[in-house]
Ligand binder design. Structure first.
Ligand code: FAD
Ligand code: NAD
Length: 396
């Protein structure tokens, strides 16, 4: 048929928003839309620090894709993309092939290990439902092991590498969880060590210094041991080497030291920086008018020439513009340029605590924690309306 084929790779923040907007805006038989995702569920990445620490159930961080999209308008394919072939306008899946006229790449990020020896092999990272279930079980298992080998205090040492927002939110949750684990396993709290190790001269580099100080005070009171200005140099099954060669013995290293774009993008031949493609103002890849790249896979710069950090916020806004531009392209109408509207950043520090900047104001403590909940509920509402808010929303 002559109906243009749109294929969306990845049902994350960018991909889901693109799909939801397309299904609203496209007329009957105007385009064939296919959404491809590794799992049959969408995960709420911004919530993953909680199930990783064990302070919430992983079920609350995922939603079946069939509950979000209208399968009479969008074909959903549960499969893993293994190759993107731009010359043939084809996508190779683990179990088949798809052709496209327009392609949207929203495959999300991967942990960036900067080639640090042993990290890829021996550290865990917070990136999917599967990965957080592993982290949660692993942590519990260390407590159980310690009870069999009480001289092994390294079982009770937990290392979080990187004090960016992911690292900070995770140690906040884990610090809340440790006293519960100590009670459940009859372990003395003073034996448990939770390190957050950051290479830069400050935690949350670039964020408001007053809020950073507040956050570190809250977390230190909860028992987090910060090692700031200290880089992780190596990781092994026995722990990490930091700074000038100091060893921290631990069986649990969680790497939150940064993310890069999907490997599939550079393998497809796009020019990338840390796996991300610098897209044009319409979100298209250079020299590929029919390929849109959004979310953690895309790279865009602000007026000062600094790259926007890869966030769910920008991925969602890109999804909206991307859908608009796909519809416009099909109708031979002018495309819209993407303009990021920064609503701010709010981070949780565990139960009832947080820090954030929103609407040009600073928030801390309980107010910031509430704001974070509100942002989470708003997202559920955007993708799934009131029913999803009631099913997955956490109000307290
Ligand atoms: P993703 O949301 O990562 O989605 C990618 C999708 O592609 C996934 O569904 C994945 O399964 C699928 N996929 C990947 N590879 C393949 C393949 N080969 N084949 C098929 N499917 C594939 N940002 C904020 O703005 N606010 C926050 O509060 C916030 N909190 C965060 C908390 C944590 C713990 C983490 C880790 C990140 C947080 N972020 C936050 C960042 C945010 O989650 C990401 O920027 C956002 O998820 C990027 O969206 P995306 O659409 O690019 O990709
Ligand atoms: P990041 O890149 O923001 O932070 C990684 C941190 O690790 C940096 O502070 C870096 O200096 C440090 N680091 C790098 N190498 C190191 C080493 N060898 N040893 C010790 N420390 C090292 O990554 P992230 O925290 O995963 O965040 C990724 C993106 O997701 C960001 O854009 C962030 O804004 C976003 N995010 C937002 C929220 C929120 O808004 N609440 C929460 C999580 C993530």
């Amino acid at each position: 048929s002559n109906i243009p084929k749109i294929v969306i790779l990845g049902a994350g923040y960018g991909g889901i928003l693109t799909a939801l907007k397309l299904q609203k805006q496209l007329n009957y038989n105007e385009a064939d839309v296919t959404l491809v995702n590794k799992h049959d569920y969408h995960y709420i990445t911004t919530h993953l620090h909680m199930p990783a620490a064990g302070t919430d159930n992983p079920e609350n961080a995922r939603v079946n894709i069939s509950k979000l999209i209208d399968e009479f308008k969008i074909d959903f394919v549960k499969s893993t993309v293994v190759q993107i072939r731009t010359q043939d306008k084809k996508v190779i899946l683990e179990d088949g092939t798809l052709s496209y006229d327009y392609l949207v790449i929203g495959l999300g990020g991967e942990p960036e290990t900067f080639g640090i020896p042993g990290l890829a092999e021996h550290a865990m990272s917070i990136r999917s439902i599967n990965s957080v279930r592993l982290i949660r079980e692993h942590i519990e298992y260390q407590f159980a092991r310690y009870k069999r080998e009480p001289h092994r205090t390294d079982y009770l040492t937990f290392v979080v590498g990187g004090a960016g927002f992911t690292g900070i939110e995770f140690v906040g949750e884990l610090a809340d969880r440790i006293p519960q684990l100590c009670r459940a396993f009859d372990v003395d709290r003073s034996l448990v060590k939770l390190y957050n190790i950051e290479a830069a001269p400050s935690a949350l580099p670039g964020f408001d210094p007053e809020l950073v100080q507040y956050g570190m005070d809250v977390l230190t009171k909860k028992g987090v041991i910060f090692r700031i200005g200290t880089a992780i140099k190596e990781c092994s099954p026995d722990g990490v080497i930091v700074g000038d060669g100091e060893e921290i013995r631990s069986k649990t290293v969680i790497w939150t030291g940064g993310i890069r774009g999907s490997r599939l993008i550079e393998e497809a031949g796009f020019e990338t920086m840390r796996g991300r493609v610098k897209v044009d103002d319409y979100l298209r890849a250079p020299s590929h008018e029919n390929i849109y790249i959004i979310g953690d896979n895309s790279l865009m710069f602000n007026e000062e020439g600094r790259p926007y950090p890869p966030t769910a916020q920008i991925a969602m806004q890109q999804g909206v513009t991307c859908a608009h531009n796909l519809v416009a392209a099909i109708r031979s109408q002018p495309l819209k340029t993407f303009a990021f509207s920064n609503k701010g950043t709010v981070a949780s520090l565990g139960k009832g605590e947080g820090i954030g900047v929103a609407f040009g104001k600073k928030y801390l403590g309980r107010k910031a924690a509430w704001l974070k909940k509100l942002i989470d509920l708003r997202y559920l509402f955007i993708i799934g309306g009131i029913p999803l808010v009631l099913r997955k929303g956490k109000f307290f």
